[in-house]
Design a protein around this ligand. Structure first.
Ligand SMILES: [Zn+2]
Length: 190
């Protein structure tokens, strides 16, 4: 996929879920960092792509209310460009950076799961941060990544910090992939 890839606006998600009977399949994308609403017109798209719109795009990305979770990882378009320059963003890395995946927090938000608790203890909300950073079910998968980040002196779960080293970004992508590919099974969805 080349470009860092994809995020969803809330409207995109709602449209996605409304079309599906059970699980929201996060397969329709708009490029991460795009600031248009779902109601943009071809005309507005043309205007956005004009030369000279870059500073405006940066300001809009940083100020728009959507994508707050993504902005915790990638606060500015400069961070997104940096990520694009050092890795091909996989689908699971995109999920980890947008928070849109089969977490019970996500499924509960769209009334697909009865509650949002993680099977690891039956009480903790199963957010993306929980499964990537804290859930004991995936502790063993985190070890190599945490050791590498410790050696590189970067924060293991802050993309802004991981971007200092290509190896750290790759390691995080691998970790996210390992966890997210196990998530549906862990949640009893398959
Ligand atoms: Zn858990």
């Amino acid at each position: 996929m080349g470009l860092l890839s994809q995020t969803y606006t809330h409207s995109h998600i709602l449209r996605l879920v409304s079309r599906r009977s059970r699980h929201p399949e996060p397969k329709q994308h708009t490029p991460l960092g795009r600031t248009d609403t779902p109601h943009h017109t071809p005309h507005s798209r043309d205007r956005r792509d004009r030369v000279g719109q870059e500073p405006r795009r940066h300001r809009r990305y940083e100020s728009e209310p959507q994508g707050q979770y993504t902005k915790q990882h990638l606060p500015t378009l400069t961070h997104i460009k940096k990520l694009n320059s050092i890795t091909n963003t996989s689908f699971t890395l995109t999920q980890a950076l947008t928070g849109h995946s089969y977490t019970r927090h996500y499924l509960h938000r769209f009334k697909i799961a009865e509650d949002d608790t993680c099977p690891c203890d039956g009480t903790t909300s199963q957010t993306m941060d929980h499964i990537i950073q804290h859930c004991p079910r995936f502790a063993a998968l985190r070890l190599d990544h945490q050791i590498l980040c410790n050696n590189l002196d970067v924060s293991p779960f802050r993309m802004e910090s991981l971007l200092k080293h290509e190896r750290a970004v790759s390691s995080f992508a691998k970790l996210a992939d390992s966890i997210l590919k196990r998530l549906k099974h862990f949640n009893g969805l398959i």
